[in-house]
Design a protein around this ligand. Structure first.
Ligand code: ADP
Length: 494
């Protein structure tokens, strides 16, 4: 154990996979990324090759170890974090995938979900799983495979098929085909798991016609899952941490106490708030309740809200309006004006998510005058990202009855200093941005290091952390004025 001074994080994302070696003080030593192909065979369908996910991930892992200049025997543990909800079916004996992986974004079960939403069962489903009726979640994807892949149903009923999420698939392959495991944070996204019991639910399995014998065993997020097949990386390495990507990011930010939250500003925005030992159900709104992680015998829950269009609004400034050449340029352009000059941009390109949930709404730019310049539009776009985030945060405060004290941030658009300042201003609390960008992978590394006992607290891993803090710089009155203008603009598009 003494010479094992590193942890390896495998971050298996949707468009790319990464492998990062960290030392036990949380410093990154090497990082290798590989792209993964997405297939769109029919409009609305999104698929991937499970085999390609595996080969890309394991080759990235191998190269990360080599380029760190270390040997596999020096790695104390592996942590896995992954795109959530994506459904994979494989043959338990041969390990052959039995269908293309159905990616979380795939809408093929939209009609099924509309029926589910209107059914009397939905209330129990929502109560047990914390989720809403949406094609994202794995259950209707597995159900679709059972109904549409020739011969699959009969084989599943004989217990010959494994239905798993991406974490399970990687654990299976890493273990040389010996492990059928998942962690509770991933299981909580399938719609087959009772999040209070922390276990598969027989009535949910029968609702979707999934034989429970095909599901993987649920384990805590931190602790031993399996050992890797020695030939794969040069020595057997224990896998000791697993969590879904958003939950892993929450952990990677060390949001370990109730009330702490993070936002990831990617193409879309993902907000998660730690709600402690009990799930908080948003009965009237669209926030999800989910398992953040399970460790030390305790389940920690989170509230989750997403913003459909986040960095995508900046991409639209670049590709749609062509007023910038690159996303970072949005900052310089927005700084060319002192404020948005009364312009509001509502980026409801595909409707509005939490807390409005209106799929018919379309975007708008309001408040344009003869004096409006490109800079005002860019500034209004950045402000819109901050307003949408603030709306979800206020919704989380309503559901939990707690006031947020600060917001931790990561993701591509979080590198925009002006956006971060606007965010602190409209929220009225400090925004904390770590210098290190790969927070999702760091969360998995921390779960693994804790799980194997190489560190004893998350803080140990973060001792060297450098953070930029953006403090609110405007008063309550100005804040209210800005938010009132935004809400008026939203009202106009609804
Ligand atoms: P994803 O993982 O969803 O692909 P990333 O975390 O890589 O997303 O972030 C990419 C998004 O961030 C893009 O939508 C891009 O427009 C936006 N982005 C990147 N840099 C900046 C910046 N400096 N200012 C504003 N937006 C940015």
């Amino acid at each position: 154990m003494k010479n094992r001074k590193y942890v390896l994080a495998l971050d298996c994302g949707t468009s790319s996979v990464r492998a990062i070696v960290f030392d036990l003080f949380g410093a990154p030593v090497s990082c290798v990324a590989r792209s993964v192909k997405l297939d769109y065979p029919v409009p609305g369908y999104v698929e991937q090759s499970a085999e390609e996910i595996w080969t890309r991930q394991i080759s990235a892992a191998y190269e990360a170890i080599t380029s760190a200049g270390i040997s596999a025997g020096e790695i104390a543990a592996i942590g896995i974090t992954n795109q959530r909800e994506t459904a994979i079916a494989w043959d338990k004996k041969t390990g052959q995938p039995l269908a293309p992986a159905i990616v979380w974004q795939c809408r093929r079960t939209a009609e099924r979900c509309a029926r589910l939403a209107a059914s009397p069962e939905m209330e129990t489903v929502r109560e047990k799983t914390g989720l809403v009726a949406d094609p994202y979640f794995s259950a209707t994807k597995f159900e679709w495979m059972m109904e549409n892949v020739p011969g699959l149903r009969a084989r599943a009923e004989r217990g010959e098929v494994a239905f798993g999420t991406v974490d399970s698939w990687l654990l299976y392959r890493l273990s040389g085909g010996r492990s059928f495991l998942t962690d509770l944070s991933n299981a909580s996204r399938t719609m087959l798991c009772d999040i209070r019991a922390g276990a598969w639910d027989a009535s949910l399995c029968s609702l979707f016609g999934i034989p429970e014998s095909c599901l993987c065993e649920i384990r805590p997020s931190s602790g031993l899952f399996c050992e890797t097949e020695p030939d794969l990386l040069g020595a057997p390495i224990p896998v000791c941490g697993v969590a879904g990507d958003q939950q892993s990011a929450l952990f990677g930010h060390a949001c370990v106490d109730a009330g702490e939250l993070k936002n990831t500003y990617g193409t879309g925005g993902f907000l998660l708030m730690n709600t402690g030992a009990r799930p908080k159900l948003d009965r009237k709104g669209g926030l999800l309740s989910t398992v953040a992680w399970q460790r030390d015998g305790k389940i920690t829950y989170a509230l989750e809200g997403s913003v459909f269009v986040c960095g995508a609004a900046i991409q639209w400034l670049r590709d749609g309006l062509a007023i910038i050449h690159s996303s970072p340029e949005s900052e310089e352009l927005a700084r060319s004006v002192p404020d948005s000059g009364g312009v509001y941009l509502v980026p409801a390109f595909t409707g509005l998510g939490a807390p409005y949930w209106n799929s018919a709404a379309r975007g708008a730019i309001l408040g344009i005058t003869r004096g409006t310049e490109r800079g005002h539009i860019a500034r209004a776009a950045l402000e819109a990202l901050a307003y949408q985030t603030a709306d979800v945060v206020r919704e989380m405060e309503r559901v939990t009855g707690e006031s947020v004290r600060s917001l931790r941030v990561d993701g591509g658009a979080a590198s925009n200093d002006l956006l971060m300042q606007i965010q602190a201003d409209v929220l009225g609390v400090p925004v904390r941005r770590p210098a290190y960008a790969e927070i999702t992978a760091r969360g998995a590394a921390m779960l693994a290091a804790l799980g194997v006992g190489a560190i004893s607290s998350p803080e140990e891993f973060l001792a060297g952390e450098k953070t930029t803090v953006f403090e609110p710089q405007i008063g309550d009155e100005r804040r209210r004025e800005m938010l009132d203008g935004w809400h008026e603009a939203v009202r106009r598009v609804l």
